[in-house]
Write a protein that binds this ligand. Structure first.
Ligand code: ARG
Length: 452
């Protein structure tokens, strides 16, 4: 029996159905249903024999899902209805008892929390893998010199290890963000029913323990309305994707003939169909391009959720494709970035040559003047004038003569030429967090400790 007198319009059905994507929640829905069935029996709401029949049917469903033999039907609106239908086919009328004291509203919120938790953990695993690859690359290139940039202009030389470790700390913050996502999934929605609670003496704490939740959601209205944890995942993934895009962008630049700093391994590059000499860093380009896609999912779901009256609204079905695509994109990008970094080769000579350009040492000349008592702002002006003089006359800073230096400041003597000889540029950056080898080694220590 149904209160409806005409069948659903096929276009409505297409709009309304989520089975085309929410089948991915299948394994979580089975776990949830098992925990629910056990609790129902423990509380005397269903008989132990009913529970056993339900659990046996759920085992079959799990197996069918794993094998790809689960018989989806055209009428299945979503994964929850498909699984309940199948349980009833397998167990007979007792299958209908599975939905006692629950609603699809608390069910879908719980499945989504389980899915989000699992993939926050997967993201953390992927991030740790990439951090390990970067730490290993930093160890291999500990004292390789390269230019550090601001505005993509050579600014001050650094060690390649220092530059690579910058990404490690960005990723360490991503780890913290995903740990917070995991915490945001820690309260069990199930037991909230449709929105107001249920008419049975359930034991929500037992279900929470069974499914690995730290506790139960305090308010049934909030429990079925809440998708904060999905937004939190998307926000964390968007920031992590942005980090990967900056890594990708640098590798694209470094792989160009203009830079010539790096070459990705053949396994991570493609050729051109008409230009045989080309080796394109496609993986790095795609890392660069994927970030806005993830950020777009975050913005889209904020749009879905904003101004939405409590509690469940069908709008919320839209959480899934945004989350699923973000999960797939991020996990793929993390795996690709890791493989690419493991196989990348750097060109020591090219990097060193670019780093020995002496204009970046201008700051060191300014610091020399500071050590001799001149206020930094004044030094900046003196050095800017020296740079202008050199550039205007087509010379390097070293090529300026002592009497020319004297015109700018009587504090400039032989030491000026020693500073420009370059040996001290990197090692003098010995402040905490700086690029000197001693400080980079400290960083490496800490990064390794973080990765355990
Ligand atoms: N497929 C739905 C979703 O993903 C499940 C919840 C349906 N609840 C409802 N009251 N219609 O949001």
């Amino acid at each position: 029996m149904s209160r409806f007198s005409e069948p659903q319009h096929p276009v409505f059905r297409q709009l309304n159905a989520s089975i085309g994507f929410d089948w991915r929640l299948g394994p979580y829905d089975v776990d949830l249903s098992r925990a629910h069935a056990r609790m129902l029996a423990q509380q005397g709401i269903v008989a132990p024999e009913d529970r056993d029949e339900l659990l046996a049917a759920l085992d079959t469903v799990e197996h069918e899902l794993e094998q790809g033999t689960f018989p989806f039907q055209p009428d299945d609106e979503d994964v929850h209805m498909a699984i309940e239908r199948r349980v009833t086919e397998l167990a007979g009328p007792v299958g209908g008892k599975l939905h006692t004291a629950r609603s699809r509203n608390d069910q879908v919120a719980t499945d989504m929390a389980l899915f989000t938790r699992a993939h926050a953990q997967a993201a953390m695993e992927g991030i740790r893998g990439l951090m390990r690859a970067l730490v290993a690359a930093a160890e291999r290139h500990l004292d390789w010199r390269m230019p550090g940039y601001t505005h993509l202009q050579r600014a001050q030389p650094v060690y390649l290890s220092h530059h690579l470790l910058a990404y490690v700390w960005m990723l360490a913050r991503d780890l913290e963000r995903f740990a917070a996502v995991e915490r945001a999934t820690a309260r069990l929605p199930l037991g909230a029913g449709a929105l107001a609670g249920v008419n049975f003496d359930t034991d929500r704490a037992a279900v929470a323990r069974d499914l690995g939740f730290a506790g139960v959601a305090e308010n049934s209205i909030d429990a079925v309305s809440n998708r904060d944890f999905v937004l939190d995942y998307l926000a964390a993934a968007a920031t992590c994707g942005t980090h990967l895009s900056r890594l990708g962008a640098e590798i694209v630049l470094w792989s160009s003939s203009e830079f010539g700093f790096a070459e990705v391994s053949d396994a991570w590059a493609s050729g051109s169909s008409i230009m045989p000499q080309k080796k394109n860093p496609d993986a790095a380009e795609l890392l660069r391009a994927k970030a806005p896609r993830i950020a777009g999912h975050f913005v889209a779901l904020q749009g879905v959720m904003h101004a939405l009256p409590l509690t469940y609204n069908k709008d919320m079905q839209e959480d899934k494709e945004h989350l699923f695509d973000a999960v797939d994109t991020l996990e793929l990008c993390l795996a690709a970035a890791t493989g690419m970094i493991e196989g990348i080769a750097f060109d020591r000579e090219r990097m060193a040559a670019a780093a020995s350009d002496e204009f970046p040492a201008a700051t060191d000349i300014a610091d020399l003047l500071v050590r001799r008592g001149m206020p930094f702002r004044e030094c900046h002006g003196v050095v800017a004038a020296l740079v202008k003089r050199a550039v205007d006359s087509g010379r390097t800073l070293t090529e300026l003569r002592p009497e020319e230096l004297a015109e700018h400041s009587e504090l400039l003597d032989e030491e000026y030429y020693r500073v420009l000889a370059g040996e001290s540029w990197l090692e003098s950056k010995d402040s905490e967090g700086g690029t000197s080898l001693r400080r980079v080694r400290e960083q490496l220590e800490r990064a390794r400790a973080l990765l355990g």
